[in-house]
Ligand binder design. Structure first.
Ligand SMILES: [Ca+2]
Length: 504
């Protein structure tokens, strides 16, 4: 009898403490944009763009202007954020090559710990009903890739506005319950189609934008890898590059960012009005950047320039995370999963290759560099192309540009994607190892827009060697690195050729 009473006492104790733990866990809102480059943000120092809410969010917490994704396209990057692993290890090399399902991921860990999870917006990862109790997709509108006029719908009917509505409804429902919530609010903007309603469309009509950064003599003269030379030519055949078009595209892109900024304001205001600010972590980031005309190219792929792999990153949790910190630390998005799990009081799973930043974020200061360097990767394993191989495999490439859909520059063609390439970036230097192709080396202090490739020049041999050896050591230490020996290129060429014939 006494024994039973003691057991009952411990059962009751454990139930009450698990409730107490649950209610102490912070809510988490991961606000995500698609294709949002690091400098399209007022807080970065861009005086042309208007992002007052995001600037305020940055001031309310820790803002990292030097944050990097693991891959310059959607799926590999998103999967790295949620799994805490680099591309080599999760093996999702491109948007067209799906890898392995690691044992766990950020939303699943949170759900198992009692969180109510919602994915509101674009997925493009492997997450699904296992992870989320609510999934609301982006309401589809027929978009024009480069709209020359305002979108024919009101702000209230804009898909991003509707995603915010779904989010506010979900938070309202959750506040009636004991559970903490995790929301992945995944806006589609400023991704293509570049199209936005008024009053946003006209917002930048008379604004002078910062300059586009171009290799004046062309990519070949600048010693850039063939995959980039080809990609630019291929882009040009599909959508000829011209200054007026680029200016109009950039203004629409800025407008799309400003629209998202106003949507984030609705979230922040709602949390304040409902007294949820001190118990809710907001993270703002994106899955990769956008050329926006830099290097004479559109959208993304097949390179690892800062405009593609560097994104905004803000952590805000007033009262717990330090405020008003603009941190010059190099951060990788694989660091987000362990950091959020630590804030939720949860252990970090073994698969995670990132660093828990929670102690640093609480203090906002540290004597040392958290990371000496960051890494990114792209491409599928196999032989890269040169001009001779291109002419042999796709003899009609001039008359019939490589794309899945008519008239659209597309990141995933076999020539741009063939061969794995990897980046190591410190504060001052970037080196990209491109096996079977030209490497790249940039002096970021002197050449922040990466226009002059110094790889192979004798005066930089020592720094190139040092970075290459660090990059090789890092790569060889990653689980599944041996799969670089596979040839995925030939199969992709066949698959691509078949889809291309079908689209004719
Ligand atoms: Ca994307």
């Amino acid at each position: 009898m006494i024994k039973n009473a003691i057991i009952l006492f411990f059962i009751l104790l454990s139930i009450s403490s698990s409730f107490a733990q649950k209610s102490q866990k912070p809510n988490i809102i991961l606000i995500y944009t698609d294709q949002h480059r690091y400098d399209a943000l007022g807080a970065f120092g861009n005086k042309s763009i208007r992002t007052p809410t995001l600037d305020q969010l940055a001031a309310s917490g820790v803002y990292f202007p030097q944050a990097f994704v693991t891959s310059p396209v959607c799926t590999p990057s998103r999967w790295s954020l949620h799994s805490g692993m680099f591309t080599t290890s999760h093996q999702t090399y491109s948007n067209h090559h799906t890898g392995v399902q690691p044992p766990t991921n950020l939303p699943l860990e949170l759900k198992n710990a009692g969180y109510a999870n919602a994915l509101i917006g674009k997925n493009h990862s492997f997450l699904g009903e296992r992870e989320f109790m609510l999934m609301r997709d982006v309401p589809i509108k027929d978009g024009k890739r480069m709209a020359t006029e305002a979108a024919p719908w009101s702000v209230e009917n804009d898909p991003m506005h509707q995603l915010t509505n779904y989010t506010l409804d979900f938070i309202t429902d959750q506040t009636k319950l004991e559970q903490p919530f995790f929301i992945w609010l995944s806006y589609l903007y400023p991704h293509t189609p570049y199209e936005v309603p008024e009053p946003y469309f006209s917002r930048y009509k008379d604004t002078k934008l910062p300059p586009v950064h171009l290799e004046k003599e062309g990519l070949t003269a600048a010693n850039k890898p063939f995959r980039q030379v080809f990609h630019q030519e291929n882009n040009d055949r599909l959508l000829p590059f011209n200054e007026n078009q680029v200016d109009a595209m950039r203004k629409t892109y800025y407008s799309m960012v400003t629209l998202v900024d106003d949507e984030v304001k609705r979230i922040v205001d709602f949390l304040q009005a409902h007294n949820l600010t001190s118990n809710t972590i907001i993270i703002f980031t994106s899955d990769h950047g956008d050329y926006q005309g830099d290097h004479g190219m559109y959208t993304k792929s097949p390179a690892l320039y800062d405009c593609l792999v560097r994104v905004p990153l803000i952590f805000s949790w007033p009262g717990t995370i330090a405020a008003n910190v603009r941190s010059n630390q190099l951060i990788s998005q694989v660091d987000i999963m362990p950091t959020l799990l630590a804030f939720a009081g949860l252990p970090v799973p073994k698969q995670v290759q990132g660093i828990d930043l929670s102690t640093y974020l609480r203090k906002g200061t540290t004597q040392k560099l958290i990371r000496q360097e960051v890494y990114a990767e792209y491409g599928i394993s196999g032989e890269p192309f040169d001009r001779a191989r291109l002419e042999k495999v796709f003899p009609d490439y001039k008359e019939k540009p490589l794309t899945f859909a008519a008239g659209i520059p597309w990141e995933a063609n076999p020539v741009s994607l063939a061969g794995r390439f990897r980046m190591i970036r410190t504060h001052d230097w970037k080196y990209i190892h491109n096996p079977g192709e030209k490497d790249e080396l940039y002096n970021l202090k002197k050449d922040p827009y990466e226009l002059k490739n110094l790889a192979g020049l004798r005066e930089y041999a020592r720094i190139q060697h040092r970075l290459k050896s660090k990059l090789t050591t890092w790569k060889n230490g990653l689980p599944a690195a041996e799969r670089d020996q596979e040839n995925l290129v030939d199969e992709f060429i066949q698959d691509f050729a078949m889809k291309r014939r079908k689209s004719d």
